[in-house]
Each structure stands twice: as structure tokens, then as C-alpha cells.
Design a protein around this ligand. Structure first.
Ligand code: GAP
Length: 513
């Protein structure tokens, strides 16, 4: 594909054309940064959620899952710090009247410097060929070191200013770097202001008694407020985890890049309750475990990297992102946060209820520390989908569009075709579908030539196509075609289930972790 912008446009249009993602309320011209998952998208999303749930809950004896409500008592958000501190620093351009996140403008500036480093590396790799040592080059080349130093200085100054709420310095930094409005080119900026990201709503019918509520901006707090209920009823012993998946809402200002940053999205979070003082080892453990989960999907080990936070959220003593190489560059996919005892202590203070754990081994009570893993389901969807979409040159000088989804996540595992719509072939094909659908999502298609049906399923991400032909009437065998290799084999109808299972079974995939 030509360049990253083109590739991303292709991802968005493919998602629509093949029934994965639609703009919400499209007939009314849509709602910005809100999307609907279509018939295939809903299946892919469910499969990603299941893959996460199985790895985190089913495969861990000491992790259980809950499903807390979206509405929570408003004091929750006072206690968690979201009412006072869940803000983005905003800046307006006086000429274009466009609003931006000040930190994103600065980060985008640094991303351009990073692109310059990448260019230097690519040039040198070409020059030195086989002998090229990237690590050595980036640690010794003067130009690269200069760019890197500039990036580090800018980002650490920004982190410090945001930490100290020194918004005047954030503006000064934008001006010093001569950052212009990306749309109009104007450098005529307002002051930087903080803007709270939570959506408000009301509970109750009458105006005087209605209670102000927030739509939850993260699922994590539903876990914290249930910590003791789950610990007691589940007789959980520390260390243990509580997981949940569910919707979260944020009034994002810079809502662009399709489903990367949405106003309504879904999170898959796990809070792991540990003994104070053990947070460093658990931080390392969950970093490694979560990276292994990502890599088990075979989407390219080089497409992931850790990015440690310079600016820590109000609740964390350490934090890192697992970044993924999206079509628009490396960006945060998952966060791993060492949240200390901040949340439980705050809820104790605001509720007046004890949220402590009695450790029988130590014969003492304490407020547990928490290690959090938090991944956006929609963002994971975008990672999987964008990575899978490829245009392949074939031997006969044609191309095909293939969605090489990890088979375990594909919406449909197989499509079954009768070669022709007569001679009893559709009946056999439909019987195969009826038989396989107990185990897998299977699709029936009898329209158009078989070659065209193959292409449709390639673009849809279906790992197997099964064709019933006239020989089937004689020998009870069918042709099975593999999406990625396009290899075709003759197999017995009775063997189909096992052949498909081997490639799509969650166990086979999670065993790679
Ligand atoms: N409980 C911690 C927490 O919410 P976060 O870094 O704000 O941490 C965690 O969010 C993950 O949720 C992110 O890594 C990202 O994958 C996803 N996420 C956050 N905001 C999002 C948005 N506006 N749209 C889509 N996904 C989002």
C-alpha cells in the first residue's frame, strides 16, 4: 500500500464495506467519534473480548470477573480524583477557532523529530547494508543524538509543567517551538486551560430531587468499590485480581483517527490486589504477561514497544504503555499502572467504610496495593484489523485484498459453497453448515463463481472456504481452501471439524503465550 495515510483510509473504508464498523447515526450525518459495530465487527469484538477474558480470568485461579454498573454514586468520582483531576489541557487557535490538546500538539512536534531519526536510520541502513548495527548507530550518530536530546528535553519540560499545573509554561513551550495550527498554519494561540472529560447526566425525574451523575470514564472504579464484597464472597487471598469489561465514556477533544479515540468506548481492565512493597515485581510480571498475550496473536513482535510514562496519573507510582504500530505510527494500546493504595484509601476516606484485607500469614490488616492492566477493546480491534488488511500481488499479475485476521478472532471460521446451485450440491453444503455451526460461526454462500466467492471471504477474513462439488456425491470429500496460503486440499467431510478446530481453537493460540 502506497503510504500510511492511504493505508489508514483503506482500513476505514474496508471496515465499512465489509460490515465491520459504521459511523453512528450515519443517516443523520453521524456523531463525531462515536461508532457502531456492524454484523462482522460485533463478532470480531466479541472474539477479542473472549480471548482477553479467557487469558485473564479463566486461566488464572486467582482472578475473577465482575460486571459493575455504568452509573455509580457520584462520590465515587470525587474520591477517585476524576472530578478534580481528570482534565485535558486545551488550547484554542484564535484565527481558525479550532481547539486542540496542548500536550498532543507538543507530542506531534516530537513525533516529527522521531520521523527524522527514522529517516537517518533508514539512510544509514541502506548505506551500510548487511553490516548495519542499528543500536550502535542511534547511540553514536551526532544528528540522531541531537534529535533525541531535543525530544527528551521537550517531553520532560512538558511533563514537569503539567505536573505542576504550570499551564503558562505549556503555552510558552508551544510558542518557543513555533508550533502552528495544523489546519491553518496560524500561531495565534489562546492561553492553555484545563477541561474535564467526564460526561454528566441526571438520575431521577423531578428537577429538585434529580441527582447529578457521571457516565463512568473508566471501568476500574466499579472494581475498587466492590473490592471487599468480592474478596469476602469469593474468599480471595492476596494476591488476587478482579477483571471486567465494559463501556466507558470520555468527552474527548481531539477525537480523530477513527476508533482509536472515541467518546464512547469499551475497556478490558484488571485490578490485581497485592501486598504493599511487592508492586515492583508485580509491575514487571504484568508487563511481561500482557506483552506475551499480544504476541500470541502473531501480529509481528516488532510492532510492539513499551513506553514508560514521564508524567504519571494522579494515582500511579509507575506506569507504562504497550504501544502498537498503527497505520499512523506507534501509539498506546494498553496501559499498565502501579496504582499504589490510592484508590482504596480514597474510597475508605469518602465512604467512611474500611476497605482492608486481613492477612492471616502476617496476622495483620492492610490496605492492598494495586497493579492495573487496562486495554481499550476498540483500540485492540483497530490494531488487529489494520494489521490484518493486506493487498497481495499474485503470480498471475493480479492482486487480492486479504484480511489476515488471527483465525481465533475471525468473525466466521469457514464459508461453505456448493460449486453449482443444482444436482443436490446446495443440500450437502447446507448440511455441512448445520453440522459445523454447533462449534463455529459458519457462512453459506452460493452466489457468483467460486473464485469470486473466495475473494469475498478473503476480504472478509474467513480462514477457510469449503467447496462441495460433483465428486462429493461419490466420495464424501470436499475441497478446503486456506485463506492465507490459498492452498487447496481434498478432505473428508467427517474431518472438517478437527481441521478447523486445530487452527481456531483458543487453547492452541493461548498456549503460545
Ligand atoms: N483505568 C485506567 C485507565 O482508564 P487509560 O490509559 O486512561 O487508563 C486505558 O485508558 C486504555 O483505554 C487505553 O490504553 C486505551 O486503549 C483505552 N482508551 C482510553 N481512552 C480511549 C478513547 N477515548 N477511545 C478508545 N480507547 C480509549
Amino acid at each position: 500500500m502506497a503510504n500510511n495515510d492511504d493505508q489508514f483510509k483503506k482500513v476505514i473504508s474496508h471496515a465499512k464495506e465489509y460490515g465491520y464498523v459504521f459511523q453512528s447515526s450515519e443517516i443523520y450525518d453521524g456523531l463525531s467519534a462515536v461508532y457502531d459495530y456492524a454484523q462482522n465487527g460485533a463478532e470480531l469484538k466479541k472474539n477479542i473480548r473472549d480471548y482477553w477474558w479467557k487469558a485473564m480470568v479463566q486461566m488464572h485461579d486467582n482472578i475473577v470477573g465482575i460486571d459493575a454498573a455504568i452509573f455509580m454514586h457520584p462520590t465515587t468520582w470525587k474520591a477517585s480524583g476524576h472530578v478534580d483531576a481528570f482534565n485535558d489541557p486545551l488550547i484554542d487557535n484564535k484565527d481558525s477557532k479550532k481547539r486542540y490538546r496542548a500536550d498532543v500538539l507538543i507530542e506531534d512536534y516530537c513525533a516529527k523529530l522521531e520521523a527524522k531519526i527514522d529517516k537517518e536510520v533508514a539512510k544509514a541502513a541502506k548505506r551500510f547494508g548487511e553490516a548495519f548495527n542499528k543500536d550502535e548507530f542511534v547511540s553514536t550518530n551526532g544528528r540522531v543524538l541531537g534529535y533525541q536530546e531535543k525530544i527528551d528535553t521537550i517531553l520532560s519540560r512538558m511533563a514537569k509543567s503539567l505536573e505542576n499545573e504550570d499551564l503558562a509554561d505549556v503555552k510558552a513551550l508551544i510558542e518557543e517551538l513555533e508550533i502552528a495550527d495544523p489546519l491553518s498554519g496560524s500561531k495565534n494561540w489562546t492561553d492553555v486551560k484545563q477541561f474535564n472529560l467526564m460526561f454528566g447526566t441526571k438520575l431521577g425525574a423531578s428537577a429538585d430531587t434529580a441527582m447529578d451523575l457521571y457516565l463512568r470514564p473508566e471501568t476500574a472504579q466499579g472494581i475498587f468499590v466492590n473490592f471487599l464484597n468480592v474478596q469476602k464472597t469469593g474468599r480471595m487471598k492476596i494476591p488476587f485480581g478482579i477483571a471486567q469489561t465494559g463501556k466507558a465514556f470520555r468527552n474527548e477533544i481531539v477525537a480523530r483517527q477513527f476508533i482509536f479515540r472515541m467518546r464512547e468506548f469499551e475497556q478490558m481492565e484488571m485490578q490485581f490486589f497485592i501486598k504493599p512493597g511487592t508492586q515492583k515485581e508485580w509491575f514487571e510480571y504484568w508487563k511481561e504477561t500482557r506483552l506475551k498475550w499480544h504476541k500470541s496473536l502473531g501480529m509481528g513482535d516488532d510492532n510492539y514497544r513499551f513506553h514508560d510514562h514521564e508524567k504519571l496519573a494522579h494515582y500511579a507510582d509507575a506506569a507504562t504503555d504497550i504501544e502498537f504500530k498503527f497505520p499512523f505510527g506507534f501509539k498506546e494500546l494498553e496501559g499498565i499502572h502501579s496504582r499504589t493504595d490510592f484508590d482504596l484509601k480514597q474510597h475508605e476516606e469518602y465512604s467512611g467504610k474500611k476497605l482492608q484485607y486481613f492477612d492471616h500469614e502476617d496476622n495483620a490488616s492492610y490496605t492492598p496495593y494495586v497493579l492495573e492492566t487496562s486495554i481499550g477493546l476498540d483500540r485492540m480491534f483497530l490494531a488487529v484489523f489494520s494489521n490484518a488488511l493486506v493487498e497481495e500481488e499474485l503470480d498471475n499479475n493480479t492482486t487480492r485484498t486479504v484480511l489476515k485476521l488471527p483465525a481465533v478472532l475471525a468473525p466466521f471460521k469457514a464459508a461453505v459453497f456448493p460449486l453449482v446451485k443444482k444436482d443436490g450440491l446446495p443440500e450437502i453444503a447446507k448440511k455441512i453448515v448445520d453440522d459445523l455451526k454447533w462449534d463455529f460461526n459458519v457462512f453459506y454462500d452460493e452466489k457468483d463463481a467460486v473464485g469470486k466467492r473466495y475473494r469475498r471471504q478473503d476480504a472478509n477474513g474467513t480462514p477457510f472456504c469449503i467447496t462441495v462439488d460433483h465428486d462429493t456425491l461419490e466420495d464424501n470429500s470436499v475441497t478446503i481452501r486456506h485463506r492465507d496460503t490459498m492452498e487447496q486440499k481434498r478432505v473428508k467431510i467427517d474431518d472438517l471439524r478437527d481441521i478447523i478446530k486445530k487452527e481456531v481453537d483458543v487453547k492452541e493460540w493461548l498456549m503460545r503465550m
